[in-house]
Design a protein around this ligand. Structure first.
Ligand code: UDP
Ligand code: MG
Length: 222
């Protein structure tokens, strides 16, 4: 198929998100039309609760028309980074085959707002990557201090510029996503890996909500 100027495959990692995942998918699908979303890759990172049945149940009662949702189940819990990279690899293959232009990343806990996806896509413009920059942090002081220290250390030790306060939430043109997928060993942390690949990148200040349930699955360092 010939490449189109649009078409987004959205990737979301999930680990034990049974309480949230249906709400998450509902909000994602509600903005699908605004961003030409053609597919969603949910990466189940070895959940041992009802996450997968909650996804299947939601999909069976949500016929569409809607983007196709694929569930990629990892054999165990590998952690956020591995789940994100596995999802990007699947999304790149899908986009290559179908001729779609963008791969997007979003956490499934509703801290990133699916409704901000149109902002990210319009910010890409002539660049290759647009990523959310946390305009505010809703976590407690200890979490924020640990996160600030982590970002400071990261900025000091890396040999390339890593934007501060940038998280997972982003959209990448296929050529950038392709390099992320192929070179994931270059950095053990997705926002750093995304910065490492180069290309033209723009940061978009976005508010971040509190987690839709109780506690972080990753902690301040992820
Ligand atoms: N997650 C994952 N594997 C893990 C931990 C988390 O796939 O081992 C997912 C989680 O379900 C969420 C995203 O990665 O969608 C970010 O996790 P979390 O919200 O706990 O991280 P934080 O917001 O605290 O950085
Ligand atoms: Mg979170």
């Amino acid at each position: 198929m010939s490449p189109s100027a649009s078409g987004l495959i959205l990737v979301a990692p999930v680990f034990n998100e049974e309480k949230i995942v249906a709400r998450f998918l509902e909000r994602v699908l509600a903005v699908a039309g605004q961003v030409d979303m053609r597919g969603v890759v949910i990466v189940d990172d070895g959940s041992n609760d009802g996450t997968c049945s909650a996804i299947r149940e939601f999909l069976s009662r949500t016929p569409g028309p809607r983007p196709k949702v694929r569930l990629l189940r990892l054999s165990r819990n590998f952690g956020h980074q591995v789940a994100v990279v596995a999802g990007i690899q699947a999304a790149v293959a899908w986009a290559e085959q179908a001729g779609f232009a963008f791969v997007g990343l979003i956490d499934a806990d509703l801290q990133d707002r699916p409704e901000d996806l149109p902002k990210l896509l319009s910010a890409v413009g002539d660049a290759d990557v647009a990523y959310g920059v946390r305009a505010s942090r809703s976590e407690g002081l200890a979490f924020r201090l640990a996160a600030a220290t982590f970002h400071w250390l990261l900025a000091r030790t890396a040999r390339f510029d890593i934007p501060r306060d940038a998280g997972t939430f982003s959209v990448m043109r296929l050529r950038a996503a392709r390099v992320v997928a192929a070179e994931s060993h270059q950095a053990p942390y997705f926002p750093a890996l995304r910065a490492w690949v180069g290309f033209r990148q723009v940061g978009v200040p976005l508010a971040r909500d509190v987690r839709a349930d109780d506690s972080s699955r990753v902690g301040p360092l992820g």
